[in-house]
Every structure is written in structure tokens, then in C-alpha cells.
Design a protein around this ligand. Structure first.
Ligand SMILES: *Cc1c(COP(=O)(O)O)cnc(C)c1O
Length: 422
């Protein structure tokens, strides 16, 4: 319909009601369409704007990229469904009826799986590091190797986090080589109250390098904090029947880092732990208590929905039930099984592929996988599917890696490929 006169904002907004958006958002869409061009195609423009808004509401997506921890898709997939509208016992002890702490239960189960005396859970790993430094080293000095003054993900820079926490950074050694003697000298000269070791999660320095082991730092007489980042719980992977996969390589694990002498470890919940977005501080009970009683702990505490999702994952670790941890279930699927799923979707396009762990962990690591490889770029058609399917395009080919796709979604992918006329 081509209007002679520009339609009223209200009229235009009402004509978009079938998009399902609330009226105030439709009014925004109508206003912005009216002000951005002439009247002849204002309806089309308004509909385009409203559809883009509706499309960008948070929704479940099918991850066909083969990147197991995809930063743009919330890293590890988790089940955040919870008792539909009921209250929870978040801070209530159901045995005594007294007030409890949200930090008493799930964090203690988590401490158990990583062999720590105690643990607390905060919003993410960046806030875990910040809280540890604020609670244990405010107005004091923290020694860090120059090789570990890294930036991890957008904006998490170790020197800036230290400054923000109110601690003073003492740089030790050089970019490629730092020895335990360098730390000992710094501790003697400055008022160093803790050493911080940061895992170089997303990059690697190769060649003429030397770094200080946790066991050596532990000899120096000040608490050692190890930011291991990835949240691998135990290098032995007892929750996997087949033991640790070869691609894990030398990824530091919470249990072994504590055994080596770290007083505290910090890590993310949504990387190799395979849980929701949280940060964990685990280790020595006195140091963990100092963190929980700091005022920032309240500001950084997680909500009940997140703790519930984390509890499911931690119980799965205690049950050694890797099938209940979506990340580990997908990470350990065999290429044969993936290939037979791919062939069931499309005999023609089934192919071997390569997955990656992602999430800023294990740089350069590839995991043999299988999926569909279709000549041409169909990423937009796939993304506009309902539900959206996110894929990779490499060398002009669309790659749908089935490792990161739940088998229940195979039929959605089959239908989307059929719709391409492929
Ligand atoms: C990923 C990572 C962080 C940041 O973790 P978030 O949970 O994203 O805040 C910090 N330190 C290390 C070593 C990491 O790998």
C-alpha cells in the first residue's frame, strides 16, 4: 500500500503488531522509519526495523560453527530452566529453617570437586581476580611476571585489574624469561604480599622462554594466587571414561594447581568447566573467607538462576556423568558418530571437519569432527532460519559442524538445507 500522506506514528505502529513486539518498541520503529526517508516506502522501512528488533531479542540458537565455547553465543551451553515462577531456597537452610548463605552450598560442592578447602562464586573470572586482589592486597604490592601481564578478551588487562583493585603491581623478570630468583628479589625489596600467576590462555610465547612453576612460587613465603582462567577441574578428567583427551595438552587444572602449592585458584565457569557465566575463587579457607567478607563480594555475587545452573553441572562432576555436562558430551563425541549423523542429514554434503575449543582457551587446538560442507556462502539463510543456525564460511564453503549441534536439532538443519534447494 502506497500512502499519499505520511501515516501517523500510531497507525504505523499498530500495523506492525503481528511482529509480536510491545507497543512502545513499535512506536520507536515507526518514528525512526518516518524520520529516515520519504513516505512512499515508510511501511516497508518500519517493518524492516521492527523485524530487526524482534530478531535480536535473546533466543536459543543452533551453533553449527564447531567452536565449542563460542564467545558470541555465551560460551558453554547451559540449562537455565528453573521451577517456573516459584521461590527458591537461595538463602534458606531447609533443614534448620534458619537463614543460610548462597555461598554455603554450591560453592562448597565445587570446592569438593577441585580438592579445595573452600570456594566462593562471583559473577565471572575477571571479578574473581579483582576480588582476590582487593581483599588480600589492597594498598600492598602484588608480584607478577612480565610474561603474564596479559590482556584476555576485550578489556581484561592484568595491569589494569591490579590498579583497579587498589593493589600495586610489581613487575618481575622479562617478557620471555622470568626465574624464581626474580620473584625472591622483588619480595625482599618491596612489600609484596602475594604473587599472582596468570595463565596465558589465548596466546603462546615460543622459543627462548622460561617461566616460574607454581611449586617454586609456593616456596617464597607469600600466598600464591593462580588465575588459571579456563576452569579445567582436574587434569585426570575422572568424569570421562576415556580419560583426558589429547587436545587438552598442558592446560592447567584447578586440582593440580592447588596440589602444586597455589593458595588460591581463580577460574571461569563458562569455559572448560562447561557451566554458566561465573567466576570461582577456590583454595585456602582463610583466604577464601577474607574474599567473602570483603564488601565487593556482595556487589559481585551471582543470582539464584545461575547458582542453580552451576549446581547441576557440579553434581554431574561429582557423579562422573559427562553426558550431563553439555560441553564435555559434545567435546568427546566420536568422528564416526558425527559423520553418520551428517550422512543421515545429507549423504551429498557430509564431510569431515575441524572443531575448536574456543573461548580464548587452547589457542591453535583443533578437534577432528564431521558435519556438512556446502559450496557457496549460505550463512545468512542459515542465520535467518527459525531457530537461527550459525555456521562458518571458509574458502567460499558453508561449514556446519555437528559437534556443537544437539542431535535433536539435526532435523532442523536437514530442513534448512532442503530449503536452500540443496
Ligand atoms: C578467560 C579468562 C579470564 C576472564 O574470565 P571471564 O570469566 O571472562 O571474566 C581471566 N583470566 C584468564 C586466565 C582467563 O583465561
Amino acid at each position: 500500500m502506497v500512502s499519499q500522506h505520511p501515516p501517523s506514528v500510531d497507525q504505523l505502529a499498530r500495523s506492525l503488531e503481528d511482529t509480536g513486539l510491545p507497543h512502545p518498541l513499535l512506536v520507536d520503529a515507526a518514528r525512526s522509519a518516518i524520520s529516515s526517508g520519504d513516505a512512499s516506502d515508510v511501511e516497508v522501512r518500519a517493518r524492516g526495523i521492527a523485524e530487526r528488533m524482534a530478531r535480536n531479542l535473546l533466543t536459543g540458537v543452533i551453533n553449527g560453527t564447531g567452536v565449542l565455547l563460542h564467545t558470541n553465543m555465551g560460551r558453554a551451553p547451559v540449562d537455565v530452566s528453573m521451577n517456573s515462577g516459584r521461590y527458591t531456597n537461595l538463602e534458606l537452610d531447609l533443614v534448620t529453617g534458619e537463614r543460610g548463605s548462597r555461598q554455603d552450598r554450591v560453592p562448597q560442592l565445587l570446592a569438593k570437586v577441585c580438592g579445595a578447602e573452600a570456594a566462593i562464586v562471583v559473577n565471572n573470572c575477571a571479578s574473581a581476580v579483582m576480588l582476590v586482589l582487593a581483599a588480600l592486597a589492597r594498598e600492598e604490592s602484588v608480584a607478577v611476571s612480565r610474561g603474564e601481564l596479559v590482556e584476555i578478551g576485550g578489556g581484561f588487562r592484568i595491569p589494569e585489574v591490579i590498579t583497579q583493585s587498589g593493589a600495586k603491581l610489581v613487575e618481575v623478570g622479562t617478557t620471555n624469561r622470568t626465574r624464581v630468583k626474580d620473584f625472591a628479589k622483588a619480595i625482599k625489596k618491596e612489600n609484596v604480599v602475594l604473587t599472582l600467576s596468570v595463565h596465558q590462555s589465548n596466546y603462546r610465547i615460543e622459543g627462548f622462554t622460561e617461566s616460574v612453576k607454581i611449586s617454586e612460587l609456593a616456596e617464597l613465603g607469600v600466598p600464591v594466587v593462580a588465575d588459571i582462567g579456563s576452569g579445567l577441574i582436574d587434569a585426570g578428567c575422572p568424569w570421562l571414561e576415556s580419560g583426558p583427551p589429547s587436545w587438552l595438552m598442558n592446560e592447567p587444572a584447578a586440582k593440580q594447581t592447588l596440589e602444586a602449592g597455589a593458595d588460591l585458584v581463580t577460574f571461569s565457569g563458562d569455559k572448560l568447566l562447561g557451566g554458566p557465566q561465573v567466576g570461582v575463587i577456590a583454595g585456602n579457607a582463610d583466604l577464601v573467607n577474607a574474599c567473602s567478607s570483603h564488601p565487593l563480594a556482595r556487589a559481585l555475587r551471582p543470582g539464584g538462576l545461575v547458582l542453580n545452573a552451576l549446581e547441576k553441572i557440579v553434581l554431574a562432576y561429582l557423579n562422573r556423568d559427562s553426558d550431563a555436562i553439555p560441553f564435555w558430551r559434545m567435546a568427546t563425541l566420536s568422528v564416526e558418530d558425527l559423520l553418520s549423523r551428517a550422512k543421515a542429514i545429507s549423504e551429498q554434503w557430509a564431510s569431515e571437519t575441524l572443531s575448536t575449543p574456543g573461548g580464548g582457551t587452547l589457542p591453535g587446538v583443533e578437534i577432528p569432527s564431521a558435519g556438512l560442507v556446502i559450496p557457496g556462502d549460505y550463512s545468512e539463510e542459515m542465520r535467518l532460519n527459525d531457530p537461527p543456525i550459525i555456521c562458518r564460511v571458509v574458502d567460499g564453503k558453508t561449514i556446519l559442524d555437528l559437534r556443537t549441534v544437539h542431535p535433536d536439532d539435526d532435523e532442523v538443519i536437514a530442513a534448512a538445507i532442503t530449503a536452500l534447494g540443496k
